[in-house]
Ligand binder design. Structure first.
Ligand SMILES: [Fe+2]
Ligand SMILES: [Fe+2]
Ligand SMILES: [Fe+2]
Length: 347
């Protein structure tokens, strides 16, 4: 980063760690939006995984938590949410689904602060006995963090499948899988982590989840940044993640940001507006993550229903940026990118 860039970072005046946390939370929220609404799968997995890590892997709580938040990011853009696929019970044979752990790990590895988390994401469908995917690793070839995310993921799927008995059946099933699907010590730590309150019931109260998330984030230790990155560098990588959803949008957000920056310079904007505009440009299509690739890839004109979904993406961008306190003021700057001077734009 140039000296000028550094100065711009300072002038934004936000706590980068907090913005980073909230960016991740917003990203996981975007991944969990589909036609059926908000699933909160990623949040629930992260909350349980972080709590389990506090029992057995206390110095990696943040890495495990982020791995939980982003574990299914490799499934971004799939027609149906990965959760529904898992709940259907049919063995996953679709190669795109089978690749989601590897794809997700590769995406998250782009963020230097999340290298450790990416290792856990890679392993979240591996089994203790070697019957999992993608590498059939077994026993101590597996990381404890990866096994924690696997258990937390399984809990959320089972809670959906067995919703009627407040989660007791889900816990029994996980217990019975110690030593086959899961590392026994991880199951033990997980049971201790969810026993109090009991936590597996607390996470089923969707109205309470945003508060629980806020409270957990506030207590989360900072990630071990071996290569600490300023906010704008993180947001640039983030834009790459948004663009990676769809093959036609490669580099789109980065280009929009640099055009916006040049135009703003030309009309005489100074800092911190320039920094703000670059970030708004980088994140303008954030809400597009929730539009299925089936629609974005469609060969031919979109029908009315498909258009309705596409036209929602700027409002979703605003909704997601509102979660990030340090970027909240940019929500409607970013979300206004399909508005028109004559009022015929959207949203
Ligand atoms: Fe998964
Ligand atoms: Fe999952
Ligand atoms: Fe857009």
């Amino acid at each position: 980063m140039t000296g000028q860039g550094k100065q711009q970072e300072v002038q934004t005046g936000f706590d980068d760690q907090q913005v980073f946390n909230e960016l991740m939370v917003a990203l996981s929220m975007a991944l969990d939006m589909d036609a059926r609404g908000k699933l909160f799968h990623a949040w629930r997995v992260a909350l349980v995984a972080g709590r389990t890590a506090a029992e057995i892997l206390p110095d990696k709580v943040s890495d495990v938590f982020y791995a939980g938040l982003l574990h299914d990011i490799g499934a971004m853009g799939l027609d149906d949410h990965i959760v529904h696929q898992m709940i259907s019970g049919a063995p996953a044979t679709d190669p795109v689904i089978l690749q989601h752990s590897e794809k997700g790990a590769a995406i998250v590895r782009e963020l230097p602060a999340l290298h450790e988390a990416s290792r856990y994401i890679l392993e979240h469908h591996e089994h203790w006995d070697g019957t999992g995917t993608p590498s059939h690793k077994r026993h101590h070839q597996l990381t404890v963090g990866g096994q924690i995310v696997a258990v937390a993921d399984q809990l959320d799927i089972l809670l959906r499948l067995h919703a009627r008995d407040e989660g007791k059946k889900a816990l029994e099933i996980i217990k019975s899988r110690a030593g086959t699907v899961f590392m026994p010590e991880v199951v033990e730590a997980f049971l201790a982590a969810v026993a109090e309150t009991p936590y597996y019931q607390v996470i089923q109260d969707y109205d309470n989840l945003p508060f629980l998330m806020e409270e957990t984030l506030a207590a989360l230790p900072a990630v071990d940044c071996r290569h600490p990155q300023p906010l704008r560098a993180t947001v640039r990588i983030f834009a790459k993640i948004i663009d990676a959803k769809h093959r036609y949008t490669m580099g789109h957000s980065q280009r929009v940001a640099s055009y916006a920056l040049k135009l703003a310079q030309a009309v005489g904007y100074g800092e911190p507006e320039l920094a703000d505009l670059e970030i708004a440009g980088l994140l303008h299509d954030f809400g597009k993550i929730s539009v299925p690739n089936r629609i974005l890839d469609k060969n031919g004109p979109l029908d009315k229903h498909e258009w309705t979904i596409v036209r929602k993406h700027p409002a979703r961008t605003a909704e997601l940026l509102t979660i990030i306190k340090g970027l909240k003021h940019l929500a409607w700057v970013a979300a206004g990118h399909h508005e028109r001077y004559d009022g015929k734009g959207y949203p």
